[in-house]
Design a binder for this molecule. Structure first.
Ligand code: NAD
Ligand code: WQD
Length: 336
C-alpha cells in the first residue's frame, strides 16, 4: 500500500516525502509543477536511496485521478496541492477557489469512487481569523477570513467536516500549519519560491546570498516587544514529521484538527538578528510601511498534537535558520 502525496514536488510536500520514505512508506506523488520542481524529487531519491513514483498532472483532473487510484494501491492521501500566495489570491480569486476548493472536491470524489477514505489536508493558521486571541487553540471556531486564500482553506475544512458527518467511512486530519521555514539538513532540498518571495524567510535568505539588496521589514510600530510582527516559525522537517504522525489519527473516523507549530512567537527583527548571528551573513534591512492584512502576533497552542499524536516540534530557531542558509548557499538559484 502507498500514500498518494498531491503537491509532493513543492516545499512542504518534498520534505514530507523524505520522511515518509524513511518511515518505510511507498509514495506516489501527483503534481502539475506549477510551483514545484521535478528536480526536488530526484534529490529526495538521492537523500533516501528510495524511488518515488511521480505523475505529472492536475488534481482537478478526475480521469487522471481515477487512473492513479486504479493503478496504485493507495491507503491514504496527503493533500498539499494548492496555490498559496495571499496577495495573488486577492487578484485572482477564481484561480484560488478553482485549484484549492474545486481541486479538493474532485480529489475526494475520486477517493470515494476508489474506496479510499483517509485524507490529510494542508490547512493554515489563517483560518483562525484576525480576531482570535493567542495562542490559537483547535477548540476555537474558525474566524472570518480576510483573503481568498484563507477563505479557500476555511471552505475546504468545512466541506471535509461535512463529508465526515455524512459518511462515517471518512477520516480526515486538518493540519493547521503556522509558519514553516528551514530545509532538509543535507541542503539538497528547500524552499524555492518563483519570483520575488512573499514570505519572510526566503526573502532573508535571498538577501544574504546576494540575490536582493535589502529586506523591507513591514512595520515596526506593532504592539509587540520590538514593534515588529511575531509569528510561530517551525522547521519544515518537524512539519513533515507531523504529517507522518497524523496518519495514525486516521485510524479513527471523523475529523481530527491539529495545530502544527512550536508554541513560541518570534519577531521579524529577532529573525534577522538570529540569522545574522548563526550564519555570519549580513542582512541589510530598512523599515517599510505595514503590509496590508498582517496581524501583529500569533502563535500556536500545539499541545493537542503532542497529547494525541505524540508529535512536538523538536528543532529550534537556530537550526531552522542554519538549515535555511545551507540550502540557500548551496543552491543560490534554487533548483534552476
Ligand atoms: P508549494 O507551492 O511549494 O507546493 C504546492 C505544490 O502543489 C506545488 O508543487 C505545485 O506545483 C502543486 N500544485 C499546485 N496546484 C496544483 C494542481 N492543480 N494539481 C497538482 N499539483 C498542484 O507550497 P507549500 O508551501 O509546500 O504548501 C503546501 C500546502 O500547504 C499548500 O496547500 C499550502 O496552501 C499549505 N500551507 C502552506 C503554508 C506555508 O507557509 N508554506 C502554510 C499553511 C498552509
Ligand atoms: C511573516 C512576517 C511580515 C516578508 C503567510 C500567509 C499564511 C501562511 C504563511 C500559507 C510578517 C514580515 C515578510 C518581508 C517582512 N501561508 N515580512 N518582510 O504573513 O505570517 O503568513 O505565509 O500558506 O497564510 O498569510 O508569513 O512569511 O509572509 O510574514 O517584514 O519581505 O514577516 O510582515 O510580519 P505570514 P510571512
Amino acid at each position: 500500500m502507498a500514500i498518494l502525496v498531491t503537491g509532493g514536488a513543492g516545499y512542504i510536500g518534498s520534505h514530507t516525502v523524505v520522511e515518509l520514505l524513511q518511515e518505510g512508506y511507498d509514495v506516489v506523488v501527483l503534481d502539475n509543477l506549477v510551483n514545484g520542481a521535478r528536480e526536488a524529487l530526484y534529490r529526495v531519491e538521492a537523500i533516501t536511496g528510495k524511488a518515488v513514483r511521480f505523475i505529472e498532472g492536475d488534481v482537478r483532473d478526475r480521469a487522471l485521478l481515477d487512473g492513479v487510484f486504479a493503478e496504485h494501491a493507495i491507503e491514504a492521501v496527503i493533500h498539499f496541492a494548492g496555490l498559496k500566495a495571499v496577495g495573488e489570491s486577492v487578484e485572482q480569486p477564481l484561480a484560488y477557489y478553482d485549484t484549492n476548493v474545486h481541486g479538493s472536491i474532485v480529489l475526494c470524489q475520486a477517493m470515494a469512487a476508489a474506496g479510499v477514505y483517509r485524507l490529510v489536508f494542508s490547512s493554515s493558521a489563517t483560518v483562525y481569523g484576525p480576531d482570535a486571541p493567542v495562542p490559537y487553540v483547535e477548540t476555537m471556531p474558525r474566524g472570518r477570513t480576510s483573503n481568498p486564500y484563507g477563505s479557500s482553506k476555511a471552505m475546504v475544512e468545512q466541506a471535509l467536516t461535512d463529508l465526515c458527518r455524512a459518511d462515517a467511512r471518512w477520516s480526515v486530519a486538518l493540519l493547521r500549519y503556522f509558519n514553516p521555514i528551514g530545509a532538509h539538513p543535507s541542503g539538497q532540498i528547500g524552499e524555492d519560491p518563483r519570483g520575488i518571495p512573499n514570505n519572510l524567510m526566503p526573502f532573508i535568505a535571498q538577501v544574504a546570498v546576494g540575490r536582493r539588496p535589502e529586506l523591507s521589514i513591514f512595520g515596526d510600530d506593532y504592539p509587540t516587544e520590538d514593534g515588529t510582527c511575531v509569528r510561530d516559525y517551525l522547521h519544515v522537517m518537524d512539519l513533515a514529521d507531523g504529517h507522518v504522525a497524523s496518519l495514525s489519527s486516521l485510524e479513527a473516523p471523523g475529523v481530527h484538527v491539529y495545530n502544527l507549530g512550536t508554541g513560541q512567537g518570534v519577531s521579524v527583527l529577532e529573525m534577522v538578528t538570529t540569522f545574522e548571528r548563526v550564519t555570519g551573513q549580513r542582512v541589510p534591512y530598512r523599515i517599510a510601511p505595514r503590509r496590508d492584512g498582517d496581524l501583529a502576533a500569533f502563535w500556536a497552542d500545539a499541545s493537542k498534537a503532542e497529547r494525541e499524536l505524540g508529535w512536538r516540534a523538536e528543532r529550534g530557531l537556530e537550526t531552522m535558520l542554519r538549515d535555511t542558509w545551507r540550502w540557500q548557499e548551496q543552491n543560490p538559484q534554487g533548483y534552476a
